[in-house]
Write a protein that binds this ligand. Structure first.
Ligand SMILES: Nc1ncnc2c1ncn2[C@@H]1O[C@H](COP(=O)(O)OP(=O)(O)O)[C@@H](O)[C@H]1O
Ligand SMILES: N[C@@H](CC(=O)OP(=O)(O)O)C(=O)O
Length: 564
């Protein structure tokens, strides 16, 4: 254990010998007369730094003693030393997904859940109710061809109106809080019907109604039961994004803007902030954007980083991140601990449970993310942090990404080795096509194309034909469709064991692996198999790695005990 000597009087920096060179800790007087200090902490090179970072990160601490040397080891040590978190500070962010707020009953349960944490002062992020986002998109598609006079009869529009009005009634809140939005939604669908087109920009405006409605109803309900709450549309409080409609990226300016708005409001008139997930505002267009499907997770982690909160909680309908998709294999088990890297890889390679970009702000801010089940709050869930004990870890989770296109590209040797690789990747860059998994030899490349990037466009087949045409100028190209990526996420320090075991399973199931790749992140091994074999493979791999159905093999292929 390392000790640090801190002096708590006035604006001080700690004695340099107490801290690693690259670290910097400053206590800045925010309200000098009341001895309030804001701690800003950067760098991260020792346990002490990390501990302090968790303790002090961007928080305002109230100093109730002055001077003296203090051993700062844990958060409670700081508190023992007389530091108290200021009472006017927001503490955590809690995000509730569509399934958690699907009905009036679920909203009541979520309100009770929030109130069951009396020591938290949370920021709440909500998704749209249930399947509202899908229904809005369907309504938009129908509006394109149904004619203006028939818009009111679109089944999905009626469903959405009825669901939200009934929810407001059942919760005893005034329908008037959503009347304006429901009327505007009807108008928008008429506009789409008139124009006979649904652009990506309009799609984002259309789906934004889901989160705008759910947050208004929920905030009104909290207020009704005597809990002060304030609704926020993310696009009005500083969530500034790129103008990539339906898949926008959050821009850096978002962090200070959101922090300022939420903190200022909280300090001047404390009320639980209820923020729309998934939405932003394009920095050029100033139009509403969305962060990609499932983007409310990213809203939550962005707020967590912006405010330097203690924890980010994402409440789902499963007991945490599971060992595989429960829809493929119901015997999937919760994974208790993950690193940000593992979680990011898992999300990127297709686990629906987390948004692919959502780990980035949490990792940058080093803020723990807890994945919990709003249907089963007592389940421990999954804790995602910067580091975890990997000494016993082998495989953490198995992820399946279906319907992937694979390309085998073999050089015709018109170009040298360097020229060949560079040319291949420049073709993808020029065509704006994102590559997922790559395996290379000197003169050949096998790669898969990211389906989410490709499938979101309309000219799929033409685009593929164009890629092949360009590549055929320098190589022999074989295009293979309907492939799946099975990603084995875990401790790749033990890759030999993982591969040995995985290939044993695949061989006994008669599956031929078409490509294999181990990413630089060292937490993921990807295997490409045919789509129609993929689910069976996942189930067999799961049995082998996480259950005792098959004996584990040790390094020599001999039967052994359990791996995890
Ligand atoms: N590895 C996995 N772990 C947990 N859930 C998974 C996994 N892979 C797929 N899922 C699916 O993700 C769902 C939860 O994600 P999502 O629907 O986005 O939640 P929410 O809408 O509540 O944010 C689960 O119901 C489950 O079916
Ligand atoms: N409502 C949006 C955003 C979102 O994050 O939803 P969920 O948390 O229910 O996955 C969607 O369906 O994509």
């Amino acid at each position: 254990m390392m000790a640090a000597s801190l002096q708590f009087s006035g604006v001080k920096t700690p004695p340099s010998h107490s801290f690693p060179k690259q670290s910097s800790l400053q206590f800045q007087s925010a309200l000098p007369s009341q001895l309030h200090f804001a701690a800003f902490w950067s760098a991260n090179s020792s346990n002490l730094c990390r501990t302090l970072r968790h303790c002090c990160k961007s928080r305002v601490f109230k100093v109730s003693c002055q001077g003296g040397d203090v051993d700062v080891i844990e958060r409670n040590e700081i508190e023992k030393a007389g530091f108290r978190e200021a009472e006017n500070q927001l503490t955590c962010v809690m995000k509730f997904g569509g399934s958690s707020v699907a009905s009036a009953e679920r909203m009541r349960e979520v309100a009770d859940l929030i109130l069951s944490f009396p020591n938290e002062r949370p920021v709440i992020v909500l998704s749209a109710m249930g399947k509202t986002t899908n229904k809005l998109l369907l309504a938009g598609e129908k509006a394109v061809s149904c004619g203006v006079t028939n818009v009111d009869t679109i089944e999905e529009l009626r469903f959405i109106k009825e669901l939200h009005q009934r929810t407001a009634d059942e919760l005893g809140v005034d329908r008037s809080i959503i009347d304006g939005h429901l009327a505007e939604l009807g108008q928008l669908l008429k506009g789409i019907a008139m124009m006979k087109e649904l652009t990506l920009r309009t799609k984002d405006y259309l789906v934004s109604f889901g989160e705008c409605l759910s947050t208004r109803i929920f905030a009104a309900y909290l207020t009704k039961i005597g809990v002060k709450a304030r609704q926020y549309d993310a696009f009005e409080i500083g969530f500034i994004t790129t103008d990539d409609f339906t898949n926008a990226d959050i821009l850096e300016v978002t962090y200070p803007a959101v922090a300022k708005r939420l903190t200022d409001d909280w300090i001047s008139d404390p009320a639980i902030p209820i923020v729309t997930g998934f939405l932003g505002k394009g920095w050029r267009s100033c139009a509403i954007t969305t962060l990609g499907r499932g983007g409310s997770d990213l809203t939550a982690t962005t707020i967590g980083k912006a405010l330097g909160l203690r924890e980010i909680q994402v409440w789902k309908d499963v007991d945490g991140v599971l060992t595989c998709d429960p829809n493929i294999y119901p015997r999937a088990e919760p994974v208790p601990y993950l690193t940000f890297e593992e979680a990011a890889e898992l999300a990127y390679f297709g686990a629906q449970v987390l948004h692919p970009q959502s780990m980035r702000p949490a990792r940058e801010g080093d803020i723990p993310v807890r994945v919990k089940n709003s249907y089963n709050p007592n389940a421990p869930g999954t804790l995602i942090t910067g580091n975890r004990d990997m000494s016993k870890a082998v495989l953490t989770s198995i992820v399946l990404k279906r319907n992937v296109t694979m390309l085998d590209i073999v050089s015709t040797r018109m170009l040298g080795q360097f020229g060949f690789l560079a040319k291949v990747f420049s073709i993808f860059e020029e065509l704006g096509i994102s590559v997922d998994v790559v395996a290379t030899s000197e003169v050949s490349i096998s790669l898969t194309l990211d389906p989410s990037k490709l499938w979101s466009r309309e000219l799929i087949q033409q685009e593929l034909d164009h890629v092949v045409e360009e590549l055929e100028k320098i190589a022999v190209v074989n295009l293979l469709q309907r492939r799946s990526i099975i990603s084995l996420i875990g401790n790749v320090q033990r890759s030999s064991l993982i591969l040995e075991k995985a290939f044993h399973v695949l061989r006994t199931n008669g599956v031929n692996v078409q490509m294999i790749s181990q990413g630089a992140s060292k937490v993921n091994i990807s295997l490409i198999v045919h789509d129609n074999e993929a689910e069976q493979c996942v189930r067999a791999l799961h049995s082998s790695f996480f259950e005792n159905d098959l004996p584990e093999l040790d390094q020599c292929g001999c039967a052994n005990g359990s791996a995890n």
